[in-house]
Design a protein around this ligand. Structure first.
Ligand SMILES: [Zn+2]
Length: 376
């Protein structure tokens, strides 16, 4: 049996592979950071029908060590179709096993969104979705951070911003963007037509390509958590945030969505700006309308479970959602999808996955379309 992780978003260290019933593994921390939780590796040379067991021995020391209960590892034979394998968190380790039906299998914390697929997505957006490359930033390691603009009406007054995967291990965020961009390719979509008559879309499908390629959970190549850098963005530590902030200040923002994944909570949910100094009854009404429209649409989303609400004036303004909502006095959300499942509508075979993330991306456009008139 050979185990490898030397590829895009790969992350695993082999401690002891001498017992195929219990291969001992460890997740590697992000570069210049203590965070880890993401894993992605390939196992080759398997005998189909034989049982193999794997143990992530440092799961108990991971960034969200309470997140493993109720979590099941993702697996694939072809890197296209992903399924979950029963997993158990016990004595500080995450254990899972499989009787493979192929000689090779990939395991990951979540269905990975590769850089190759990212390049394809940008190409689709430009050639089929009517997007243009409005600007391009650079990560610390020189990877492109594409800012796409979809503008069908140059006089459209509203600017809608949606960014994804600041936290590089949260691959569901770029699946969400793929769904959204796929819908933009449709013609004869009345909701979309109404939206784009009134608004321009500004989309950043991947904010943290270095972290994603490196197999990080949380940070960029400088060990910086980008979603804690929105009061201190600078070229050395967080050029990714600096680039987007500069573009926002030139363009303006009337609605902001920051797309994430949550390790612990088995539901799709949102976090708003209730703790911002500038929070107002207007913003409170807009937040409530966004949430109730998404629920009413039948989207996989709910409002019962989520983060504790911030007290008045207690918001952490280093987060993108709060910083942008405060600076632009606009509706602003962090949208969280689970690494586990959306327990309101569980699917034991796949749990939450790329396909469901894509569907949510499409649905969110309906809500934005319905609200565009009343954003200001
Ligand atoms: Zn996140």
């Amino acid at each position: 049996m050979q185990i490898s992780a030397n590829f895009d978003s790969g992350n695993i260290e082999v401690i002891d592979a001498s017992n195929p019933q219990r291969v001992l593994l460890a997740m590697r921390p992000d570069l210049a950071s203590h965070h880890f939780q993401w894993f992605h590796f390939k196992v080759e040379g398997l005998v189909p029908g034989q049982r193999y067991g794997f143990s992530l021995t440092n799961a108990g020391q991971s960034a969200y060590n309470q997140a493993w209960d109720g979590y099941h590892a993702a697996a694939s034979y072809d890197q296209r179709n992903w399924f979950r394998v029963p997993s158990r968190f016990d004595d500080g380790a995450l254990d899972f096993s499989l009787e493979p039906c192929e000689a090779q299998v990939w395991f990951a914390y979540f269905e990975p969104y590769s850089r190759a697929r990212h390049d394809w997505l940008i190409e689709q957006a430009l050639s089929k979705a009517g997007a243009e490359l409005f600007a391009s930033g650079q990560s610390i390691e020189g990877r492109a951070i594409q800012l796409l603009r979809v503008s069908r009406n140059p006089a459209a007054p509203r600017k809608i911003w949606i960014i994804a995967q600041q936290h590089p291990g949260e691959h569901m965020a770029e699946w969400f963007m793929e769904g959204l961009i796929e819908r933009l390719q449709q013609r004869g979509d009345a909701e979309l037509d109404a939206l784009l008559a009134r608004a321009e879309l500004y989309l950043v499908p991947n904010m943290n390509p270095d972290g994603a390629v490196r197999g990080h959970l949380r940070t960029n190549a400088a060990g910086q958590d980008l979603n804690r850098a929105w009061q201190s963005a600078n070229a050395a530590q967080s050029p990714e945030v600096l680039f987007v902030q500069q573009q926002m200040r030139q363009v303006g923002v009337d609605l902001f969505l920051d797309i994430h994944g949550d390790e612990e909570i088995p539901h799709v949910f949102s976090a708003g700006c209730e703790g911002n100094p500038g929070y107002s009854p207007r913003l409170e009404r807009l937040e409530a309308e966004f949430r109730s429209r998404l629920v009413a649409l039948g989207a996989e989303f709910q409002t019962t479970y989520g983060y504790p609400r911030s007290g008045p004036g207690q918001a952490n303004l280093t987060l993108a959602c709060n910083a942008v909502g405060q600076e632009f006095d606009c509706l602003s959300f962090t949208l969280e999808m689970p690494f586990k499942d959306h327990d309101d509508n569980p699917n034991p075979l796949t749990a939450w996955d790329g396909r469901r993330s894509m569907r949510l991306g499409k649905d969110v456009l309906s809500v934005v379309a319905a609200m565009v008139e009343g954003l200001r």
